[in-house]
Design a protein around this ligand. Sequence first.
Ligand SMILES: NC(=O)c1ccc[n+]([C@@H]2O[C@H](COP(=O)([O-])OP(=O)(O)OC[C@H]3O[C@@H](n4cnc5c(N)ncnc54)[C@H](OP(=O)(O)O)[C@@H]3O)[C@@H](O)[C@H]2O)c1
Length: 253
Amino acid sequence: MTHPRPPWKTVWITGASSGIGLELARLLDSRVDHVAASARSQDKLDALAAQAATVHSYPLDVTDATAVSACVAEIEERGDIDLAVLNAGAWALMSVDEFDLAAIRTGVEVNVMGVMNALDVLLPRMLSRGRGHIAIVASVAGYRGLPRSLAYGPTKAALINLAETLKTELAPRGITVSVVNPGFVDTPMTRDNPFPMPGLMSAKDAAERMLAGLERGSFEIAFPRGFAAQMKLLRLLPDALYFWLIRTFVLKS
Ligand SMILES: NC(=O)c1ccc[n+]([C@@H]2O[C@H](COP(=O)([O-])OP(=O)(O)OC[C@H]3O[C@@H](n4cnc5c(N)ncnc54)[C@H](OP(=O)(O)O)[C@@H]3O)[C@@H](O)[C@H]2O)c1
């Protein structure tokens, strides 16, 4: 259940040109004073802003640390960022036979270093203010190693670990940290996946669940609930049982 008036005035969303980030920006439009929407596709951000009342376009490549710093400074000219949703992401299906270092580097640069570049600018600002909310979009694919996920899963595992680390230090300093772990969401990222996607949900539904969790100030926001719980259960299994399940039900399917 989302509230008519969320607890933030300025929200920065990276990866807002499509999928979950786009739907989140739309949901927040008019409900917060300033939704700063970032991604590389300026045309898509401008189209979003043109149809919105309080969404503004801040084109950005999150892998460019200098540009990230300039972007945050520009957004904060209009008001401090109360909530940063670090959502930009890159996905590539890759098995060991297809090992592609360039694609792996892109995954690390966008998914991990993109978040680090944002933290580099946000943390000193939020720490000096003693307030703020940082949400990192990871994935249930970060819970355990999965087949054909070598360019993606490790980056999302790193983000889950990072969010836990940040929470330990930032909670006593007045800064809220959330980690968002979606299951399968119907977005351009997943549209070409050649495998079944249990629990597939719409991007709007995903954004609504994300927003409700952020408004509650939850640490982990994972959805859809049933599929996320099953994936989380895998984390608790002994290795031998986990690898047997993968061999039997995933690799042979
Ligand atoms: N869809 C799923 O099933 C699923 C499941 C778990 C987690 N997630 C995570 O949810 C997040 C959103 O994904 P989505 O499903 O909504 O996918 P999407 O529609 O492909 O959106 C990805 C967004 O990231 C932006 N982006 C990519 N590289 C960027 C860069 N270098 N700099 C700035 N922005 C960049 C893209 O915009 P531009 O191309 O315009 O830059 C786009 O706005 C990702 O972190 C993804 O890993 C998705």
